[in-house]
Design a protein around this ligand. Structure first.
Ligand code: ADP
Length: 373
């Protein structure tokens, strides 16, 4: 293999791979402190420099830990502060209050490129004039050539692009580019990889496949990572734990199954896609998940708990099941408009019921959760 590129010039430009430099400024772990990333009461603000500008508080006091080898997803709606938090961890954004620590040491004053962290963005920002190998090798230019070539080969294999070394970047699909960007950010073995919506620019099917491959690549390389996304399916696929953010704050941090089974609040459940909330005593709500209702014939037991009359609006065949949109008068809605919900049709008639058909929806407890009122 021929390595034609000279070592890249070290400039002050904010190229992503600058972050991949050797972490020589980060000292040894503090004895007694847990290793990995610790975020403590971190606040990130923009503006607010003048009397007339109150500024924006993008992150309003977030505390969380990421253990070595763990993959944590930061999940939340657009504008909730995920990127700002990620950028503060990277050192790209100043921390207005609180601390970002690695292995127990405060990183305040440690420059971006000396933290030993890697960064990957939505747009992988590949160098168009370099081939695939040249891109992957960018952050390890100082590694001896044989070792560097071996590392490039190994990583292209990890990201599913074995043999792509000499391909021109312009000939790659969007998904392949992101795979190359991932290999490039893994090459210097970052102690922490920060991924900001790395799959958002791809179409849905590709995104699902790449999310699985991303998880495998992070596990195979033992990489500690923080992954920002607004897509809960993606967060659940990739991460060991998911941190749900809203309006600059953390609402809940838990492994995907726990988060799904026991959302800490209605807001978290709404964000995960729970579709309706029915009072269940004074202090709790039954949260009905996207697959938490079944449609039964109108002749079902009208008095049973968790069974309500429904009128069919329409149905579609999706992901191997007939999803029926229904209007339902839910209890506790005080005579308001019927709730428009999705129920799974029983039976295997792929055509499903038609608009105007009457039926009853039955709660499937496996697809529901109980949250505080
Ligand atoms: P997310 O990543 O969850 O979409 P961001 O961290 O990008 O959220 O943004 C959080 C808030 O901070 C938003 O209100 C956004 O408008 C604001 N914000 C982000 N970056 C800047 C900036 N450079 N200057 C001013 N406001 C910003």
């Amino acid at each position: 293999m021929v390595q034609t590129d000279p070592a890249p010039a070290r400039t002050a430009s904010p190229e992503p791979s600058r972050l991949d430099a050797a972490p020589d400024a980060v000292p040894d772990p503090v004895p007694g402190e847990g290793g990995g990333l610790a975020v403590r009461d971190v606040v990130v603000r923009y503006g607010g420099g003048t009397r007339t500008d109150p500024g924006t508080t993008a992150v309003a006091g977030v505390t969380l830990d990421v253990a070595p080898g763990e993959v944590l997803a930061l999940l939340g709606p657009s504008g909730c502060g995920k990127s700002s938090l990620l950028r503060a961890v990277a050192g790209l954004e100043p921390v207005a209050a609180g601390e970002v620590r690695w292995d127990g040491r405060d990183l305040a004053g440690v420059a971006v490129h000396r933290r030993g962290f890697g960064l990957m963005f939505q747009d992988g920002q590949l160098f168009p004039h370099r081939d695939v190998a040249g891109n992957v090798a960018y952050g390890i230019a100082r590694v001896p050539r044989a070792e560097r070539d071996a590392r490039v080969t190994e990583l292209l294999d990890v990201v599913g692009l074995a043999g792509y070394e000499r391909r021109a970047v312009a000939t790659l699909s969007g998904g392949e580019r992101q795979r190359v960007a991932l290999a490039r950010s893994l090459a210097p073995r970052p102690r922490l990889l920060l991924l900001d919506e790395p799959l958002s620019a791809l179409d849905r099917g590709l995104r699902e496949r790449l999310a699985l491959d991303l998880r495998e690549a992070l596990r195979a390389t033992g990489t500690t990572a923080v992954f920002v996304t607004h897509d809960h399916d993606e967060a659940f696929t990739v991460a060991d734990r998911v941190a749900v953010m809203d309006a600059g704050r953390l609402l809940q941090v838990a492994p995907p199954e726990d988060l799904w089974r026991a959302p800490a609040s209605r807001r978290v459940a709404e964000f995960l896609g729970y579709q309706a909330f029915v009072p269940r005593g004074a202090e709790s709500l039954l949260a009905i998940g996207p697959r938490g209702l079944r449609l039964a014939p109108a002749s079902g037991d009208a008095s049973a708990d968790g069974t309500w009359d429904a009128t069919v609006v329409g149905s579609v065949f999706r992901r191997g099941a007939v999803e029926v949109t229904v209007d339902v008068d839910l209890p506790g809605t005080d005579g308001g408009a019927p709730a428009r919900l999705v129920a799974l049709a029983a039976g295997d008639d792929a055509a499903g019921p038609g608009p105007g058909d009457r039926g009853r929806v039955v709660v499937d407890p496996a697809g529901c959760a109980v949250v505080p009122a």
